[in-house]
Design a protein around this ligand. Structure first.
Ligand code: COA
Length: 187
């Protein structure tokens, strides 16, 4: 159990600006072509363009799906972030070998990002708390399963390392790529 005092808030249009800087312009899952194209442009132009795309994704997904992200605040500052949603709106899933990711019609939600931005707060239970917040939310809304692609032995991955998901009760759904397996938890 963490001793860190935190508040978890759903992402809404009003707090989109609190998404941590390293994630606010990351459209890796949502718009993979734009993500690749922007790498060739000037840093500032690129950042503004991608932040607008990210905003667009959140506004549309909030309307059509409901809550699709959370921000964790500590001492009034955003320190962690998560994003999740229907797999069809996170098309870069198709670039992975471990598949298929379940569909929203089957009650499946994909966890695309889980990120403790403040590195001094890692390994202090915050990831567990944030994941539990997402699971409770999805259960309440009647979803059946949460899935994610985890990276074996390496935390450098959008939703973090495999070990974190094993610890939180996830099991393997597909290990076509054993280093990047598709993990799931029945809610
Ligand atoms: C993965 C992550 C969300 C976990 O959050 P956290 O608050 O650090 O993790 P917790 O303290 O809740 O850890 C719970 C358990 O998960 C496992 N775990 C967490 N991080 C781990 C790591 N880096 N390696 C192995 N196991 C890990 C451990 O079993 C841990 O329990 P323990 O500390 O008692 O051993 C966080 O480390 C993170 O943000 N990593 C970077 C992810 C990233 O780069 N995302 C990119 C966004 S584009």
């Amino acid at each position: 159990m963490s001793e860190i005092e935190v508040q978890i808030e759903d992402i809404r249009e009003e707090n989109l600006r609190d998404i941590p800087a390293s994630c606010s312009g990351c459209v890796y899952w949502e718009f993979p072509e734009e993500f690749e194209k922007a790498k060739k442009e000037k840093a500032e132009t690129q950042k503004l363009k991608l932040e607008e795309k990210k905003r667009e994704w959140f506004v549309q997904t909030l309307k059509a799906f409901g809550t699709c992200g959370k921000i964790v605040y500590h001492e009034g500052k955003p320190v962690a972030y998560a994003q999740f949603g229907p797999s069809v709106w996170l098309p870069n899933i198709n670039a992975y070998d471990s598949k298929p990711v379940g569909k929203m019609e089957e009650g499946v939600v994909f966890l695309s990002c889980l990120y403790i931005a403040d590195k001094t707060l890692r390994r202090r239970g915050l990831g567990d708390i944030l994941l539990k917040g997402i699971i409770d939310d999805l259960k309440r809304r009647g979803f059946k399963t949460i899935e994610t692609i985890a990276r074996r032995g390496d935390p450098n991955n959008p939703s973090g390392p495999l070990e974190f998901y094993i610890k939180n009760g996830f099991t393997f759904k597909d290990k076509t790529n054993p280093d990047l397996p598709l993990m799931r938890l029945f809610l």
